[in-house]
Design a protein around this ligand. Structure first.
Ligand SMILES: [Cu+2]
Length: 138
């Protein structure tokens, strides 16, 4: 008696699992065919910020230290502070990035970084704002 009940219990569980499997299969099968591969998107963008209060932040004025992006990514510098700043590379190892030029509050500029390397960076308006920028292999 007990043995029979257990078998029925197992049977019901298996039945429920089978039903679920069928539902999953139906859900998958019911979806429209996968759309063709979308056109290549813009390169991924890495955001880097001049932080609010950057003048007083000195070596952390640019947030993460160092700022790290991957080769092939776009580097977006954004001035999140309330006064003008720029970001300038100390050395010419990254040909795609020399300077943001003056960025007004809220201003931003994009650079596509295709060269691996590391440079120190600074703000020419506030020389105490320093950091480093690393472009590494993906
Ligand atoms: Cu500055």
């Amino acid at each position: 008696m007990t043995d029979t009940n257990q078998r029925q219990g197992v049977s019901r569980i298996v039945g429920a699992a089978t039903t679920l499997a069928i539902l999953f299969a139906a859900a998958c099968g019911g979806q429209p065919p996968a759309s063709p591969t979308p056109p290549p998107a813009e390169a991924p963008t890495a955001n880097a910020y001049i932080l609010p209060g950057a003048v007083g932040l000195g070596p952390t004025a640019f947030g993460d230290e160092p700022v790290v992006v991957h080769k092939g990514e776009r580097l977006r510098w954004r001035n999140a502070d309330s006064v003008e700043h720029d970001v300038v590379a100390d050395t010419p190892v990254l040909p795609e990035f020399k300077t943001t030029g003056t960025l007004a509050p809220g201003g931003e500029r994009l650079f596509t970084m295709n060269t691996v390397g590391t440079t120190r960076i600074h703000c020419t308006i506030h020389p105490q704002m320093v950091g480093s920028l690393v472009v590494q292999e993906p």
